[in-house]
Design a protein around this ligand. Structure first.
Ligand code: 4AD
Ligand code: MG
Length: 437
């Protein structure tokens, strides 16, 4: 026990700096196998997994017996000498001199055998400990860091928008309603209306937080609660908005490649596909997207409808980078979108579709800055003018061209990690049929 008391506590991800030294690790038993005089303990501590080799001749008989009986996910502290090992995925292993059982785990429900998705989702609180989930959530955290750094380092002011809101932003059909004293409130679908006001106060702003959509769709791309970052810039038009979106997405991918390569390898992600994400991205109009769909065998794709997941997949397969599709039919887009001065049927909006069939990751565009046009848009969308009076004020007092977009974090994580479904991209997903754990 003396070594345990004196050896420094080190995290697995820092172990490379301690070659040849005696250290203590604090973690959990991930896996174990034994052969005669040796026990091989795979110990994880939240930053990585390391093989700890317990040789009978190096430890007391009590410690050897203890090590042989530790159950999966028991909490353990292990002391030993750090040794270079070329066969190890992390390049090092631990030659154990002492083991302390902090807390023995009961029989662990998640075993190396295959489990069904429903079972794993019911055990999400434990599933997070597995190496794949660990890699995904660490990449998610890196993506979020990259998002914040990008805006913080480029002159944007963070504006926290409210979660309780009095009215809809992205259509009335997918609003979560909640009691608010004597009234009703809605969980925010987007902070956009608020960052538009803030852009007139601060120039370049962004909000970043959870967003709610009562989507009655059980697709692999829809969550009911997801995280969205929404930059908004005064004096920006659609072209500048697209330039920013492109630069921003390149930055995110580059940061993940720089800091989370090991995690991408755990996920067996094809890294060359991510390395190809460089500026410029292809830009096509909605009309050109329709042509692509028709040429791809969907001859009767109608003009004037929004694209679903299947259409997005077909279009994305034409490119090895994200594609920007701009100028959709105004009729199918939100009331706040500026109409194209060259064709009143079109909106000055843009969607960014991720490659490899991961769907729309960004939606945005230039905003209607003309008070009268906006008033008539509210009417055609049957939205109550009264509820938007504060929003209309932005057009009354020094209205300027402005633009912005929203990037969905979970779809971005799904794309970068190469995941089929968004349910694994957030620690505790909220789906139409899942509110627990
Ligand atoms: O295209 P959306 O609805 O755009 C807006 O909300 C704008 N107000 C943003 C803006 O201009 N400030 O949503 C933006 C992005 C989508 O491209 C997608 O990545 C993500 O948010 N998203 C969802 N992600 C997961 N589950 C859902 N139900 C999502 N709905 C949208
Ligand atoms: Mg959209």
């Amino acid at each position: 026990m003396t070594t345990t008391a004196t050896a420094p506590w080190i995290y697995v991800e820092k172990i490379g700096g301690y070659d040849g030294q005696v250290v203590t690790l604090k973690g959990w038993l991930y896996n174990k196998r034994s052969s005669g005089k040796l026990h091989f303990l795979q110990v994880r501590d939240g930053t990585g997994v390391i093989q700890c080799v317990v040789f009978k001749g190096d430890v007391s008989p009590e410690v050897f017996e203890l090590a042989g009986g530790i159950t999966q996910e028991s909490a353990v502290m292990v002391t030993g000498t750090v040794k270079k090992d070329d066969r190890s995925p992390i390049g090092f292993e631990l030659g154990v001199s002492d083991v302390t059982l902090v807390n023995p785990a009961a029989e662990y429900p998640i075993t190396p055998k295959e489990h069904g998705v429903a079972f794993l989702m019911d055990h999400r609180h434990l599933w997070l400990r597995s190496s794949r989930q660990h890699a995904i959530i660490r990449i998610r955290a890196e993506i979020i860091r990259a998002i914040r750094d990008y805006f913080d380092d480029n002159g944007f002011t963070l504006i926290d928008s409210p979660i309780f809101t009095p009215n809809a932003c992205e259509g009335t059909s997918n609003l979560f309603e909640t009691d608010y004293f004597e009234n009703k409130a809605y969980l925010t679908q987007s902070g956009q209306l608020y960052v538009e006001a803030a852009a007139a106060a601060f120039g370049k702003v962004y909000c970043f937080g959870p967003t709610f959509r009562a989507e009655k769709s059980k697709t692999r791309r829809h969550l009911t609660e997801f995280w969205m970052v929404e930059p908004e810039m005064a004096y920006f038009d659609l072209a500048m908005d697209m330039d920013l979106a492109e630069d921003f997405v390149c930055h995110i991918v580059q940061q993940v490649l720089k800091h989370r390569r090991a995690e991408l390898e755990v996920l067996e992600r094809d890294i060359s596909k991510l390395e190809a994400i460089q500026k410029p991205f292809p830009r096509i109009t909605y009309d050109e997207a329709i042509e692509i769909l028709r040429a791809a065998g969907n001859e009767d794709t109608p003009w004037g409808e929004d694209f679903g997941g299947d259409e997005e997949t077909i279009i994305s397969q034409k490119f090895d980078k994200p594609v920007l599709i701009h100028r959709y039919p105004a009729e199918i887009k939100a009331f706040y979108m500026k109409q194209d001065p060259e064709n009143a049927k079109l909106a000055l909006n843009v969607d960014m579709i991720a490659p490899e069939g991961y769907g729309e990751i960004i939606g945005g565009g230039q905003r209607e800055d003309d008070l009268d046009v906006l008033l008539s848009k509210l009417k055609t969308h049957e939205l109550p003018e009264e509820a938007f009076s504060w929003y209309l004020d932005i057009r009354k007092y020094g209205s300027v061209p402005h633009a912005g977009f929203g990037l969905g974090v979970e779809r971005t994580v799904a794309w970068i990690c190469g995941l089929h479904h968004v349910r694994e991209t957030i620690p505790f997903p909220r789906l139409m049929d899942r509110l627990s754990p």
